[in-house]
Design a protein around this ligand. Structure first.
Ligand code: NAD
Length: 316
């Protein structure tokens, strides 16, 4: 059914949205996928398809586009991320919540059928288990971003239970990809380090060397979104958001995995305010619900990810 429906990506110029747009277009055809963002992308031609400028906080603007293009599936990727949200708490809350309400209400009002909305490992807090954090556990996030994501999860579950909305969600770990730049999160170091290594420049890391965090290669993350959205609705048991695991490593481990390729690469650790955010998050994820319900399986281990990142960045 989804093969014939139109897909709208909100926040399509961002780190994940831009890659998701490209992959959805490969899968469903360029004319079936509409990219949108509040800012116009620099390399629109590379996305090869329709782009519309929309503010995701405007219900009317969303409704117009959804009706005009007969959209049935919306991927809400517009948000303010963890590091930026600490600097602009009320702006982050407004954007993260009003865009989600708009999309859920579009479904409730019958304009769209399917919603994808990403949550984050930021829903966990210092009182959650650090290692293999379970799907359901104590959740007391201490960041602006985490509070908005946990609230969003509860609203997704509520709209599903109360109104039958087919909303699906993943708790993304830190995402690493060569195709796009990160947008102000606490795991951005794990992308930035590659650019410095490939450019033969030293790297200053804003996290301490032994800060382990859950991470994932972008290819796995995009595949997870597509596989989740293609799963039969009856199999989706978790309507808040699925834990999603792949990798867990520290800045030191990542640095050491780059040394065989760049023996002269140098790193210096200068932790800033993001260290406290990172320390409030788990180190690794138990994603057995995702594995059991819709057969989730990551494909990239650390070595494969490092090799693929370096290969693609060198050719970029
Ligand atoms: P990003 O910051 O790179 O991209 C967000 C995009 O949203 C930007 O292009 C921005 O212009 C756009 N945007 C901002 N305000 C908007 C508005 N009012 N209307 C329309 N567009 C607007 O973020 P990302 O890394 O691509 O993250 C996408 C989603 O995934 C977010 O919900 C984020 O919380 C979640 N997530 C990301 C990561 C990660 O590592 N990147 C990890 C966990 C969860």
């Amino acid at each position: 059914m989804r093969q014939n429906s139109k897909h709208l990506i909100l926040g399509a110029s961002g780190q994940i949205g831009s890659v998701l747009t490209t992959e959805l277009r490969k899968k469903y055809g360029a004319s079936a996928v509409i990219a949108s963002d509040i800012k116009i992308p620099k390399k629109e031609s590379s996305q090869m398809g329709l782009f519309v400028q929309i503010d995701a906080t405007s219900y009317d603007a969303l409704q117009n586009v959804v009706q005009k293009y007969n959209v049935s599936t919306v991927y809400l990727m517009a948000a303010m991320l963890s590091a930026n949200a600490e600097n602009y708490p009320s702006k982050a809350w407004d954007l993260n919540m009003s865009s989600l309400f708009n999309v859920l209400n579009l479904a409730k009002d019958g304009f769209i059928k399917y919603v994808f909305w990403p949550s984050s490992i930021a829903v966990f807090g210092p009182s959650s288990p650090k290692i293999n954090v379970p799907q359901s556990t104590i959740m007391e996030p201490t960041t602006v971003y985490g509070i908005s994501k946990l609230s969003g999860e509860r609203w997704c579950a509520y709209y599903n239970k109360k109104y039958g909305i087919d909303v699906r969600s993943l708790r993304f770990p830190g995402l690493i990809g060569w195709q796009s730049s990160p947008g102000g999160g606490t795991t951005d170091y794990a992308v930035d380090i590659f650019y410095k290594a490939v450019a033969h420049q030293p790297f200053e890391c804003f996290l301490a060397e032994n800060t382990a965090l859950p991470m994932m290669y972008m290819d796995d993350a995009i595949r997870a979104v597509i596989e989740l959205m293609e799963t039969d609705s009856k199999k989706i048991k978790v309507r808040s958001s699925y834990n999603l695991g792949a990798l867990s490593f520290t800045p030191k481990t990542l640095y050491e995995s780059l040394l065989p390729l760049f023996p002269n690469f140098e790193i210096k650790y200068t932790p800033d305010f993001r260290q406290e955010i990172a320390e409030s998050w788990p180190e690794s994820i138990d994603d057995s619900s995702a594995r059991n319900d819709w057969d989730w399986q990551p494909q990239f281990d650390l070595k494969r990810m490092v090799d693929d990142m370096c290969y693609n960045l060198r050719n970029k």
